[in-house]
Ligand binder design. Structure first.
Ligand SMILES: Nc1ncnc2c1ncn2[C@@H]1O[C@H](COP(=O)(O)OP(=O)(O)OP(=O)(O)O)[C@@H](O)[C@H]1O
Ligand SMILES: [Mg+2]
Length: 296
């Protein structure tokens, strides 16, 4: 990818200033028409520039509802949402170019007759010359390793293929903020690893901010700098690094969130031997911790 469409000044600013808040959700209460209430209150939700933020919580807790508010698809009846300092439901046209989106239901966003046209949709909307559109689409398809899908009809693709096309469409404008609702759902293990690596590079090299809801608990320590936990009803009950969050077994249990398998393993080890190491949440960390323990 090139730096062409990145607002370089913003990035320099981010690196010198440290933590500029890109997204803020302050006690948004949402009443759906049928009377279902989602109260995104409790802790304030923030995402700082360049950070990768996971949103965890049981089915129906309100993760997608929160993302819809961040994307201006819903407007807050109470509370406040700010994205790049703007209210998304009111000022979406001002900020939309800076944001890439993958919805949980990708069928809602794959509407063009071919994969190529679908990924080309945003650059064409912005009047990018066709030759450049072709380059941008090729680059985006290449990032997801789906060049071979370019001529296919999106509707006919497999679930994982559709998600990759939606991701390519989210990345094609080289956004500063990515909002991804269950980005790993339906991806095979190699594709999931590839996506985690790609997101890591975009965050480290480009300072892209990412907000991702997921049920893929074991991956959270690999792709998130910090995580928020939503309880049923939308209440934001916990924020911390993956290690801090997964250390709160009580909240995990109350929220129907299974702890990562490594956290369970280390908890079981410590139950049988109080000298067993503290929890390591990635395989390399676990190998190092267990190696040290064995040699001690
Ligand atoms: N259009 C709607 N009309 C009425 N209720 C809705 C609507 N959309 C969502 N809800 C309800 O709002 C609550 C939060 O739903 P939401 O989709 O935000 O949950 P989620 O945390 O994303 O769940 P999942 O893990 O299943 O994706 C649920 O109780 C859901 O039934
Ligand atoms: Mg959802």
């Amino acid at each position: 990818m090139t730096d062409r469409t990145y607002p370089a000044a913003g990035h320099d600013h981010a690196h010198t200033e440290g933590c500029e808040t890109v997204v803020r959700v302050s006690c948004v209460r949402h009443a759906y028409e049928d009377g279902t209430n989602v109260d995104l209150c409790g802790l304030e939700f923030t995402a700082d520039r360049g950070s990768r933020v996971a949103i965890l919580g049981p089915n129906g807790a309100g993760k997608s509802t929160m993302l819809f508010h961040i994307l201006g698809l819903l407007s807050p009846q109470e509370g406040e949402v700010r994205v790049f300092g703007e209210a998304p439901s009111r000022d979406w046209p001002k900020i939309r170019r800076r944001i890439g989106v993958v919805l949980q239901n990708v069928d809602e966003q794959l509407l063009a007759p071919t994969v190529f046209d679908d990924v080309a949709f945003s650059p064409r909307q912005y009047g990018v010359p066709e030759a450049e559109v072709r380059e941008m689409v090729a680059r985006a398809l290449g990032l997801l390793s789906i060049e071979q899908l370019a001529a296919r009809v999106p509707h006919n693709l497999s679930g994982g293929e559709k998600r990759k096309v939606a991701l390519a469409g989210a990345l094609v404008m080289e956004p500063e903020l990515l909002v991804l609702d269950e980005p790993f759902e339906g991806l095979d293990p190699k594709s999931r690893e590839g996506l985690i690596a790609l997101l890591g590079r975009l965050s480290a090299e480009r300072g892209v901010t990412m907000i991702m809801s997921t049920h893929d608990i074991d991956s959270v320590p690999e792709f998130a700098d910090y995580a928020y936990v939503l309880a049923p009803g939308g209440h934001i009950v916990l924020k911390g690094t993956p290690a801090e969050v997964f250390a709160r077994a009580d909240i995990m249990l109350a929220g129907n969130i299974r702890p990562p398998v490594l956290a369970e393993l280390f908890a079981a080890l410590r139950a049988s031997d109080p000298d067993a190491p503290e929890t390591a949440l990635t395989i390399p960390e676990a190998v190092a911790a267990l190696g040290e323990w064995r040699s001690s």
